[in-house]
Design a protein around this ligand. Sequence first.
Ligand SMILES: Cc1cc2nc3c(=O)[nH]c(=O)nc-3n(C[C@H](O)[C@H](O)[C@H](O)COP(=O)(O)O)c2cc1C
Length: 190
Amino acid sequence: MRPVLDAARARRSVSKVTDAAPDDAELLELLAAAGRVADHAALRPWRVIALRGDARARLGAALAEASGLDASDPRGAAKLAAKPLRAPLLLAVVAVRTPGHSKVPEWEQDATAAGVAHLLSLLLDEAGWGVMWRTGPHTRHPAVATAHELGDHEALLGWLYVGGRPSGWRAERRRPSDATAQFSTLRSRD
Ligand SMILES: Cc1cc2nc3c(=O)[nH]c(=O)nc-3n(C[C@H](O)[C@H](O)[C@H](O)COP(=O)(O)O)c2cc1C
């Protein structure tokens, strides 16, 4: 049995989800496991903010504001404002940087935070939830940062849109990934 290998092979994003969502207790269990990623100097350079209910509409309003589009235009701001309502739960993944660290530059800290997002996404998928990591052109806009009450050294990596898998949902078969295109061996001088 190789459960992690099987879960990684089976993971698929679910773009349309139902109103069911994991509660905070389940999220905390999965986030604790996701937090076991490699983390140079154990800085814990991430945090996750859950957006449910009306908080999603506040994010929508911030996205609309960030776009600068006319609020009355249904193809513009209104469409953007509705985007966070596509799932009952959004998990905002935040990179929490320690600037000027003597050993761990900020790019390494961001790599750890992204690792947590990927692992959390896998764990949610493995637990039977529908998950999709989404971003967009306004992810790093100040209005969006303010809506999440981010600090000076924090930046969003996007949102895991989480919900129930629709009944009858089946992961589309995917072309098997051929890792040879992403793998090489540096010439040895031995
Ligand atoms: C950082 C990040 C941001 C993403 N943003 C979006 C997005 O805004 N919209 C989108 O359709 N897919 C986005 N994706 C890709 C999807 O999450 C997903 O991986 C893709 O649809 C392929 O589906 P799969 O995960 O089942 O292979 C993003 C992925 C990552 C890692």
